[in-house]
Design a protein. Structure first.
Length: 106
């Protein structure tokens, strides 16, 4: 009997979504993984997060910061677009009743 590799475990849904988005962008050729890894490592170091992390909020906040910077630098998503999207999600979250799925209005 062969055992499958364990699935990653994420503390928050947005951690899993951010991870999946990053993998998707890499797989569709938006950036190469060695460049991503170097940038992410530099972000972690800049934040003083050099130790092994458990994939919590500090880790994924650094992950998001790295992805946003990479997308802005490449022209894929300018900082203004990112801020507008962040505000739209925040407004949707604040207007959604507790326990309900959050959706952006069209």
């Amino acid at each position: 009997m062969t055992s499958a590799a364990p699935e990653p475990v994420f503390e928050e849904a947005w951690h899993a979504q951010l991870f999946a988005l990053t993998v998707h962008l890499n797989e569709t050729g938006r950036f190469d993984w060695p460049d991503w890894a170097a940038r992410f490592s530099a972000t972690l170091k800049r934040h003083g997060l050099e130790r092994e992390l458990n994939g919590g909020a500090d880790y994924f906040s650094a992950w998001l910061e790295t992805l946003e910077a990479l997308l802005a630098e490449s022209g894929e998503a300018e900082h203004l677009e990112q801020e507008q999207m962040r505000r739209a999600w925040e407004n949707a979250y604040l207007e959604t009743p507790h326990g309900e799925p959050v959706h952006l209005s069209e």
